[in-house]
Design a protein. Structure first.
Length: 368
């Protein structure tokens, strides 16, 4: 063996393979990424074992996540480059609140079912009897007679109960009342026809020439008489377009002008203990044309409301007889039966005075 050959042997690596059997690129790449001394087939087995381990970890994490939704799962980053296909996890969506739910079946022993059915029947029967007794207590005598009950069930307790029931609306309206709360106002384009809704017959216009307004119950102790000229010259007129609401179910939007009731109270103060005003029309007639004075009560708080007027004009013209000439009360926060036409007297009282419709079974407050 010559020196050249020896030199070649010394340079040639010991484990250099022969020229025709070099490793394939894929195998070489896999071997390069494998730990030292591990062959490719062993590496593939290890990768399979790692994939199984990763899948087992994912299943365990899914179970943990369903048990504790607040624990976040951290991504696995410590495995080699070999990819693991993500496993789809089905998450149960919360049921819609308004979605139809399947009612659970309820099983009940026959003995318990019979007991509850009998109890419900007895409760229903007792309620029906109580309703009949209540109807018998509250219905008018004529109605009871028509259904075969001829016993007179009228009593002071019945009248008291009905009056209290009627007063509930008044209590609510009175509690909601505020001098700062005003009814809606409208424009002239929204005006609607105003009915002549006298309680009885429309008076003859001849009373207007001798008309005057009398004030009683004043702090001065005097009785004051004012004619329409006194009112128009002494007080400023206010205009407003408001809705008049009738207890009969109709309403109308009208354009009014007149002096504020509060201005009259300030000019002629009532006695210190006064809490009510009685407003009267002595020219009112009944349906047959006979004198039928109309009188109404109004609390002073409502009289002082900024939209309560003693109206003198309608639609820009002096009031006509149909609508209460020459002076009528306009109280938009009350029903129409409180809006007295052709007012002839105002008297102040410490206690609530008589009221025409309240004496006939209507409410006294009549707020809207």
């Amino acid at each position: 063996m010559n020196h050249k050959e020896n030199g070649d042997d010394s340079v040639q690596p010991k484990d250099k393979p022969s020229a025709g059997i070099g490793p394939k690129p894929e195998i070489a790449k896999s071997a390069a990424g494998s730990p030292e001394g591990v062959n490719p087939s062993a590496h593939g087995a290890i990768e399979n074992e790692k994939s199984d381990a990763v899948e087992a970890k994912e299943q365990s994490a899914d179970a943990d996540r369903s048990a504790s939704p607040l624990v976040d799962r951290k991504p696995q980053t410590d495995h080699p480059a070999a990819s693991v296909a993500p496993k789809s996890v089905s998450v149960k969506k919360p049921q819609n609140f308004f979605a139809e739910r399947i009612l659970p079946a309820i099983e009940m022993a026959p003995r318990v079912l019979r007991y509850q059915s009998r109890r419900d029947f007895l409760v229903f029967g007792a309620g029906a009897l109580a309703a009949l007794a209540g109807a018998g207590f509250l219905l008018p005598k004529e109605t009871l007679s028509r259904i075969g009950i001829h016993r007179n069930m009228d009593s002071p307790a019945k009248e008291w109960f009905l009056n209290r029931a009627l007063r509930i609306d008044d209590d609510v309206a009175e509690a909601l009342y505020s001098a700062n709360r005003r009814v809606p106002t409208y424009t002239k384009s929204q005006l609607t026809p105003l009915k002549n809704n006298y309680n009885g017959s429309t008076p003859d216009p001849s009373y207007i020439s001798g008309w005057n307004l009398t004030l009683d119950g004043l702090a001065s102790g005097l009785s004051i008489s004012l004619d329409i000229r006194n009112l128009l010259t002494r007080f400023s007129l206010r205009e407003q377009i408001t809705r008049l609401v009738c207890v009969e179910g109709w309403s109308a939007i009208a354009w009014w002008a007149g002096l504020r009731f509060d201005d009259l109270i300030r000019a002629y103060p009532p006695m210190s203990q006064a809490r009510w005003a009685g407003v009267e029309s002595s020219v009112n007639l009944d349906a047959s044309g006979n004198p039928d004075p109309y009188f109404m009560s109004i609390d002073l708080a409502t009289a002082r409301h900024p939209q309560t007027l003693l109206a003198t004009h309608s639609n820009g013209q002096p009031l006509t007889v149909d609508h209460g000439a020459p002076l009528r009360l306009l109280v938009p926060v009350k029903l129409g039966l409180k809006n007295v036409k052709a007012v002839t007297r105002i008297t102040y009282f410490a206690e609530e005075p008589r009221d025409y419709w309240a004496e006939r079974g209507y409410s006294r407050y009549d707020g809207i």
